[in-house]
Write a protein that binds this ligand. Structure first.
Ligand code: SER
Length: 357
C-alpha cells in the first residue's frame, strides 16, 4: 500500500496579491553587496531593493534600499515574513561565510551556507507558487568548489573547466557546491513527480575567483592576500603574505564581478546551457601581484610567510579557470588584465580611499 507523501513545509497559497514587487539582496552589507546594490540602483530607476544583512547596513548602502533588514539567513520565519510583504521576482543571495572562516566554524558554515541557501530557495519556490512565475535566484559561487588533490596535479591541470575536479577540500567549497546543486535541482527538476521536468525557479550562479576591490576589504577568505597586499601598499605599510610566492589563482576586480552578475541576470534563460559558470580576468602568482604593485608603490615590501592551513586550501584551488561557457552563453568578457586593473581602477581607487590618512 502506498502512503500519501507528506509535505515537509507548507507551500505558498497563491493569495499574496497585495505585495510590493522588489528584489532581495542578502549579504547586502558585504563587499559584493556594496557594489551590487549601487549598480542595481543606478541601472534601474525606482527599483525597490530590500537589503538583508546580519549586521545591518552602512548608510551609503541603506540609502539605495527601500527597506533594510538586520537578520540571519538561517531564520526561515524572518524570510517568510518578508515574503508576505514583498513579491521577490529576483533574489541575489550573497550572504555566506568565506573559506577561512568556514574552516574554523564548520557547523555554523554549513547552516549559513547550505541551510541559508535552502531557505532562500524555499522563498523563491513560494513566490513561484504564489505568482506562477519562476523567480530568478542569482548566486555567487566560487573556485573553492574545485579541489585538486596535489600541487603537481594543479600545475598539470592548468586552466580547468566547470566539470573537472569537483571534489572540494574545504567546508566552504562543499557548501557552495551543495548549494549549486540545490539550485540546479530547483531550477530543473523540482516537482518533477507532480508536474514533469520543468523546475520551479530560474537559478543562475557564477563561480567567482578571488575578488579585489579598491573600496572594501574581504573578511575570512583565503584569496584575501591579493586585496590585502594592495591596501597595505596604499597605506604605505609592509605586508606579510600568508601564501607562498608561487601561489597562482584567478582573480578579477569587484566591478567586473558586479558587471558579470548583472549581465548574467539580463541573459535570456534559453541561452543558458548550465546553472554554474566560471569567470576570471587574470591569474597572477602572489609574487606577480607584488611585482605589479611595486611599479605603482616602489617602496612596498612584502614578506612571504605561508600559513600551512591556508596554503593547503589555495594549493587545492585551480591556477586558472576556463570561462568559455560564460563567453558563449551570455557574452561574458573580462575588462582587465592585472596591469590595466591596477592602472585604471585599483590604484586610483585606493589612493583616493586612503588620501589624507
Ligand atoms: N574569495 C573566496 C575565499 O577566499 C573564494 O571564493 O573564500
Amino acid at each position: 500500500m502506498h502512503e500519501a507523501p507528506t509535505m515537509d513545509r507548507q507551500q505558498g497559497n497563491g493569495t499574496k496579491s497585495d505585495r510590493r514587487t522588489a528584489v532581495l539582496v542578502t549579504g547586502a552589507g558585504g563587499e559584493m553587496g556594496y557594489g551590487l546594490i549601487h549598480a542595481l540602483a543606478r541601472a534601474e530607476e525606482n527599483l525597490a531593493i530590500v537589503g538583508f544583512d546580519l549586521k545591518g547596513l552602512p548608510d551609503e548602502v541603506a540609502d539605495c534600499c527601500t527597506e533594510t533588514v538586520a537578520g540571519d539567513v538561517r531564520d526561515q520565519a524572518l524570510l517568510e515574513g518578508l515574503a508576505e510583504r514583498y513579491s521577490f521576482g529576483r533574489i541575489y543571495h550573497l550572504a555566506a561565510m568565506l573559506s577561512s572562516s568556514a574552516e574554523l566554524a564548520p557547523d555554523r558554515a554549513y547552516q549559513v551556507n547550505v541551510g541559508g541557501t535552502r531557505n532562500l530557495l524555499n522563498i523563491a519556490v513560494d513566490e513561484r507558487d504564489a505568482t506562477g512565475r519562476s523567480p530568478m535566484v542569482l548566486f555567487p559561487s566560487t573556485i573553492a568548489v574545485y579541489g585538486i588533490p596535489t600541487l603537481e596535479a594543479k600545475h598539470a591541470a592548468g586552466v580547468i573547466t566547470e566539470d573537472a575536479f569537483l571534489e572540494p577540500r574545504t567546508m566552504y567549497g562543499c557548501n557552495k557546491l551543495a548549494a549549486e546543486h540545490l539550485g540546479r535541482y530547483y531550477a530543473n527538476h523540482h516537482r518533477q513527480v507532480e508536474e514533469g521536468p520543468t523546475g520551479s525557479i530560474d537559478f543562475r550562479s557564477i563561480r567567482f575567483p578571488g575578488l579585489i576591490s579598491a573600496e572594501t576589504l574581504p573578511t575570512g577568505g583565503t584569496t584575501d592576500y591579493g586585496p590585502e597586499m594592495l591596501h597595505a601598499a596604499a597605506r604605505n605599510e609592509p605586508y606579510d603574505c600568508f601564501v607562498r610566492e608561487d601561489t597562482r589563482l584567478p582573480f578579477m576586480t569587484m566591478p567586473e564581478a558586479i558587471d558579470s552578475i548583472i549581465t548574467l541576470g539580463n541573459a535570456p534563460r534559453s541561452s543558458l546551457g548550465r546553472t554554474a559558470y566560471n569567470v576570471r580576468s587574470f591569474a597572477p602568482s602572489a609574487l606577480e601581484i607584488h611585482a605589479a604593485l611595486r611599479t605603482h608603490f616602489p617602496a612596498l615590501t612584502v614578506g612571504f610567510t605561508p600559513h600551512p592551513g591556508r596554503q593547503m586550501i589555495v594549493d587545492g584551488w585551480p591556477a586558472d579557470v576556463d570561462d568559455t561557457a560564460a563567453r558563449n552563453d551570455w557574452g561574458w568578457t573580462p575588462t582587465h588584465s592585472l596591469e590595466s586593473a591596477l592602472e585604471k581602477y585599483l590604484i586610483p581607487g585606493v589612493k583616493a580611499r586612503y588620501a589624507g590618512s
